[in-house]
Design a binder for this molecule. Structure first.
Ligand code: 6GU
Length: 252
């Protein structure tokens, strides 16, 4: 997968060299290119923002700079094999639609993503209108709180998507068991996990996990997932697949 990121803080993305995403980059599974937005400014001060029309606090990012930057990155990034290819453009913003595991799975199918994280009060809306008619543009939020800029959200999204790419995770099953993974565990939080020793500071590992009864263990894990979900995220239970609920209720 090719990923382009245009930002006034390309150095913010140093963590993409580390761990799972870093290894995927070394192997070439992920081809991440960082671009400095200010490279497309023409004034000595390299200005990227201006005061908002209509007044109010803060600054808005200028459309011309983003337009030139996006045009250049899209032009440069066109694969030789498919010169008509266009990236999916992802604009992180607290006013976007929620980024969920379902959205991550959707992005993981794309060959090319372009991220345009903003600082200040955001990007002039005409940029999203312009590219919305030329490529697919998604405004996405990673949660109901406000960050100082979209860069941290890009790190979150790239990590969530990167671990879904073929060959990135050591164990493909761990994706299937994820909290929020589609299937039997859809909308359920994962329950507790344990490793050796069997007793630590007087705390025992639940006996069932030492029993070797795979069927009973699977059922226990499902029960724990329901327990944890109803405790920490009761609103998720309301969204549960009715088949999953029926299967659970038949047992309890
Ligand atoms: Cl994507 N950006 C910013 N600035 N704040 C956020 C966010 C994104 N998602 C939640 N808060």
């Amino acid at each position: 997968m090719r990923v382009d990121i245009i930002s006034i803080f390309p150095e913010y993305f140093a963590p993409l060299d580390v761990s799972l995403v870093g290894k995927a980059r070394e192997r070439g599974t992920l081809d991440i290119r960082l671009h400095q937005l200010r490279d497309w400014t023409r004034d000595v001060h390299k200005t990227v923002d201006d005061t908002p029309y209509g007044g109010g606090p803060g600054m808005v990012m200028k459309p011309e700079i983003w337009g030139e930057a996006i045009d250049a990155v899209v032009e440069q990034g066109r694969p030789e094999a498919d010169p008509a290819a266009l990236p999916r453009m992802i604009v992180p913003t607290p006013s976007g639609r929620p980024f969920t595991q379902e959205v991550a799975l959707d992005y993981a199918k794309e060959p090319w993503l372009l991220f345009t994280p903003a600082r200040y009060e955001g990007i002039d809306s005409r940029v999203m209108a312009e590219y919305g008619s030329r490529l697919r543009v998604d405004e996405v939020s990673i949660g109901d709180y406000v960050l100082a800029g979209g860069e941290a959200a890009v790190l979150v999204i790239v990590e969530a998507v990167g671990r879904l790419l073929p060959g990135v995770l050591g164990n493909a099953c761990s994706v299937a068991d994820d909290s929020f993974a589609p299937g039997a565990m859809a909308n359920l939080l994962e329950g507790p996990v344990y490793t050796k020793p069997p007793v630590w500071r007087g705390h025992e590992v639940p006996e069932i996990l030492l029993s070797g009864h795979h069927g009973k263990i699977a059922r226990w894990r499902r029960d724990e997932a329901f327990r944890r979900t109803s405790d920490k995220r009761p609103e998720l239970l309301a969204r549960l697949d009715s088949d999953a609920l029926d299967a659970h209720d038949r047992r309890v």
